[in-house]
Each structure stands twice: as C-alpha cells, then as structure tokens.
Design a protein around this ligand. Sequence first.
Ligand code: GLU
Length: 245
Amino acid sequence: MCGIVGYTGTRQAYPIIIKGLKRLEYRGYDSAGVALQQKDAVTIYKKKGKVADLEDNIGTSNVAGTTGIGHTRWATHGEPNDKNAHPHYSASGKIAMIHNGIIENYAQLKSELSKKGYTFKSDTDTEVLLNFIEEIKTNNECTLEEAIRIALKRVTGAYVILLIDNENPDTIIAARKGSPLVIGVGKGEHFLGSDASPMLEYTKEVVYVNDYELAIVKPDELILKNLGNEKITPMYKSWIWNWPL
Ligand code: GLU
C-alpha cells in the first residue's frame, strides 16, 4: 500500500516529511524518496530500502525548502531499486511526481510517448503518467493543473499523485482515485498524507479528498476541483486520534 506525504508552509518541509514517512512505515514499502522545492529548481533524493537508509544517503546534503513531497514505494512496475524509487522527474526536469497505485493503461500511454521521442529513466508506470502530463502541458500550452485534469481523464487504474513544479514554487497539486488522501489544514500551512498520522501534532483539522478530485494546495489556500474544473467546497473535519507521539 505504501505512503505519501506533502508539506507546504513556512517551516522546513524535510523533517516533517521524513517523520511523516516513518509514521506510514506500517503500510509496508521497499524504497523511499523526497522532492524539495529549492530556489528555482526541484531537488530529488531517493533510495531503495528504509526511510532511515534514505536519511543516511542524504547525509549533509542541502535539504532546505518549505515545500516538498515524500513517498514510500511498494513496487508494482519495475523492481525495487534506486532508479524506480519515487519521486520521478518529468522529461524537462521541471516537475516532480510521486504516485501510489497502478496506472493500468500505462503501456498504451508509453507507446504513444515513445513514438513522440520520449525515453524513460525508470521502469515505472508513474514516470509514464508524469511525462504524459508534461506532454499535454507543452502541447496545449496550458497550466500544470489543466494538464493533470486532461491526462487523468485518459487514465485507468488507481492512484494518488502529488506534483510539485518550479513554475509554482509553493504549490502542491494532488489528485486521487481509489487511493487515500488526507489534507491537514494549519495556519499558513498544509499537510498531505495517506492518512492523518503524518500531521498529528500540527493540526486537528482535515479534509478528505474524494475520488476524481484535484487539490491545489498552497500555504494559505486549499482549492478542490473535479476533473471538469468545477470547484468543490472542502468539508473540514476535526478528528481525535490517540497516536503515541
Ligand atoms: N506503480 C508505482 C510503481 O511501481 C507505484 C507503486 C506504489 O504504490 O508505491 O512505482
């Protein structure tokens, strides 16, 4: 089942993401990774093994940044190794994406992209979907958000995806179908998780995202839309959970 975590706000994202990934370890996984928004570029660190192995590997590298996403992978397409670990970069290197789930029609999409000259650095269905999104963005000269909506109408399978890109430095775009996604609402900050455990000590206010919904998440703003670009009013809920902190 594996897990996803995201943060955008004013705190350092990396420690929040690592702690959140450790809380999601109970779901099982074979590799882990993070992507951080740094100045005008997205930096990715990823590694086969445990979250602790990822931390060791990162060592004293630069992990500064107040927007980021993190992933634990349970391999379905491509063996567990460093190159197949998430996040993945898009072909241009400008977008990073994590994904839990399976893109069932990835082979069809991959062959369409290959005919257009795309090559792939991993064996995952995830990288195919990411490049499919970027191809739509470039072709249609549209926003990333629009490109994701168009792409997801063609996708069959189950997913929760989180994307960051260097054109919108403090924004995380998320979407789901058939995999869980919770957004924690703080003051000038938002948390994303496969469940509420990564955001336990920061907020008690959460929004559960439903299938076929897209979340545009900024520090001060949470917008939910359906794939038809209609806004959906978020249902804010409070929860009480006795998690051993
Ligand atoms: N299908 C993707 C992969 O194999 C995501 C697996 C997952 O849910 O972690 O990389």
